[in-house]
Design a protein around this ligand. Sequence first.
Ligand SMILES: Nc1nc2c(c(CN[C@H]3C=C[C@H](O)[C@@H]3O)cn2[C@@H]2O[C@H](COP(=O)(O)O)[C@@H](O)[C@H]2O)c(=O)[nH]1
Length: 369
Amino acid sequence: MRLLVIGCGGRWFPGSTLVLPRPGGTAAMQATLCPKESARLIAAHSVDVRVDEAGTRKAAEFLFDCVAEPAFGLAAWKALHELHPRTASEEALGWVFLVDTLNFSFWAEYQGQGCAIKYKGKMYAGYWSLCAAVNRALDDGIPITSASYYATMTLEQVKHVFRSDTEVPMPLIEERHRVLNESGTVLLEKFGGSYLTCVKMSQKSAQKLLRLIVENFPSYRDEAIFQDKKVSFYKRAQILVADTWSVLEGKEDGCFSDISSLTIFADYRIPQVLVHLGAMRYSDELMRKLHEGVLLQSGDKQEVEIRGCSVWCCELICDHLLELYNKKGQNMNEKINAVLLDYYLWDYARNHREDMKYIPFHRVRCIYY
Ligand SMILES: Nc1nc2c(c(CN[C@H]3C=C[C@H](O)[C@@H]3O)cn2[C@@H]2O[C@H](COP(=O)(O)O)[C@@H](O)[C@H]2O)c(=O)[nH]1
């Protein structure tokens, strides 16, 4: 079934099938708002999370000089991260697709006592444990980035490839197995087993690639219901488009003219850093819940508010950053977008764990982020 997604600014995606709600139909029959419009709606009606307008301006001022750093640029994706592919090859694209298909839920029950994987003498945790496991498998001659391999991997093989070097296994290993089989099968059946084929079909449009991913790969359909409206975050789908742009260095098939139309990727780390910077605030009740480590469910009202407000908060920070540079006569549209802001803030959060330990992240176990 072709999905109908209201594009940013309310434009329908060309070629989508119009799915009209039945009289008295539920939200499920409504069109799905794109991530940017979803974030606008959620931020406007959120109760337990608030975007602090003055805080977003302060955050933009704080980030003003950071924009000039190499860390705030497309090249940082390779230059600063030794586990990421070095090339812009079809194999590197296959690596990105595999990793972003599994790019979810690494947080540990007990801080510092989670899954970690040793690779070339160094221990990696969180997202980097996923990258380390993939590179370890490739070094061991396991064709883990080949769709024909992971489409039929057994649970035992998945447990072996993603085995932890601590007592704590990688979370959601059964879900990872299911998602691997599903995505590998779709890639084989619809794209000849090649993610490059999927990228080429997007004709250098980030939004077209986003729609291809969401329409064809069910595990990427990161959606929710908010005030009886169907909203979307598409966190893994958007980060897949962004990582595709990054691994291809913004050139040739990865020269997306509309890369700036993506939002940030609504995970569990970005909200932490936005609260740390004073750009976003939680109600006392929500902050207490998060400090207690209460498990939220994917789609809960407060979880949707945290994710939607994070996306909208970063939209405002991007706008304020561009305004500050415009006032200096500099047009930074090519240098500042939600993708590069997201990457920078995510790395900042990882490098400032200690400073941010007093701000809890929201705990959800799901395959979406
Ligand atoms: N918003 C956003 N979320 C991101 C990433 C990345 C990895 N990106 C790297 C590539 C280029 C960048 O420069 C980064 O170095 C992972 N995640 C999410 O975080 C969570 C894992 O966190 P932790 O448990 O601390 O490792 C989990 O939900 C995962 O899906 C990102 O960039 N943005």
